[in-house]
Design a protein around this ligand. Sequence first.
Ligand SMILES: C[S@@+](CC[C@H](N)C(=O)[O-])C[C@H]1O[C@@H](n2cnc3c(N)ncnc32)[C@H](O)[C@@H]1O
Length: 230
Amino acid sequence: MTDGRPRRAIRSFVLREGRLTAAQERAFSELWPRFGVDWSPGAPLDLAALFGNDRPVVLEIGFGNGESLAEMAERDPERNWLGIEVHRPGVGHLLLEIERRELSNLRVMRHDAVEVLRAGLQPGALDAVQLFFPDPWPKKRHHKRRILSPELVELLARVIRTDGHFHAATDWALYAKQMLAVLDGAHALFENTVGSGAYAPRPASRPLTKFEQRGERLGHPVADLIYRRR
Ligand SMILES: C[S@@+](CC[C@H](N)C(=O)[O-])C[C@H]1O[C@@H](n2cnc3c(N)ncnc32)[C@H](O)[C@@H]1O
């Protein structure tokens, strides 16, 4: 604070508004009331009320266009799925996917996921959290924007139940290395499911995402990191 005003938080995204297609516009007016979650900092979400049951909940941070999230929710109807994304066209796209696949176990939030982790969830509320292909922010001066940091790991540890999981994937080798160091470094909170210092084999449960396909074309190998909450 230099001028009396609080310093702006460093965020992991830059909001690009992006144009909505006509179908996405319709999704916001017709589908958001059914599948969208309005939340502003204050009280934490009541997940059982949100889904109408108390099945375990998986949270995905930054789902992009949501195709892979919709596929996972469809394949695993025994769990509830909550996606958080800031990019409006992506949110619109996922709303349309929920309608097309007739999913009743998937809800969507448009918010900064870090804020939701901090104030929007009860301790131990989640069965799992997934973070697939987060923005790598490759320039050194932008590294502070990378979402996976020791602070994020603390927030995750609060909301993931004991024996729940955190799963990250990236095709950015140097970011993968940083993730491994940060997560292995938090060994009092999380256990690397394949042993410290190692990446996990690609689980069949993770569908190929748009960013992963792009990474593959560019010849970037993908690293999966899967941790159990102690
Ligand atoms: C590189 S894209 C990957 C999208 C998707 N997971 C995939 O693999 O195709 C990263 C996404 O994370 C979103 N994002 C970044 N920071 C976020 C935050 N704090 N809260 C919610 N979404 C965020 C961005 O808007 C972007 O769509």
